[in-house]
Design a protein around this ligand. Structure first.
Ligand code: SF4
Length: 111
């Protein structure tokens, strides 16, 4: 239904409403998907890894999103802790996350 699709699917998932309806971007790592579903049980990726062998693309993109928007969300009441966790990672690991996220995005359909 359009009335729920626009605010929930676009507004929440893309944080497209700028935070007016959702208090934070509806983002999730592979670890969260693993906790909330049984999808990861037979998957070749490892939901706990953002980089390295078997890194889960959802986990990579989750940390890459936080990396890209760290300034904006550093003091956010619901995301600040995750930004601080990100900032505890060595810079080399953050760079690897950004690089892998670029590779993942490049492999997505462009239209
Ligand atoms: S890609 Fe990641 S989140 Fe999706 S099933 Fe595999 S391990 Fe789980």
């Amino acid at each position: 239904m359009e009335w729920v699709e626009l605010p929930n699917v676009l507004g929440m998932s893309q944080h497209a409403d700028g935070g007016h309806m959702a208090s934070k971007p509806y983002i999730a790592s592979g670890k969260y998907i693993q906790r909330m579903s049984n999808y990861c049980a037979g998957c070749r990726y490892r939901p706990d890894r953002a980089v390295g062998p078997g890194a889960c693309p959802y986990t990579t993109l989750y940390w890459a999103f936080l990396d890209r928007h760290a300034e904006r969300f550093r003091l956010h009441p619901r995301l600040g802790q995750q930004v601080r966790n990100l900032e505890r990672m060595p810079e080399a690991q953050r760079a690897e996350i950004r690089q892998r996220a670029d590779v993942i995005r490049a492999g997505l359909p462009q239209d």
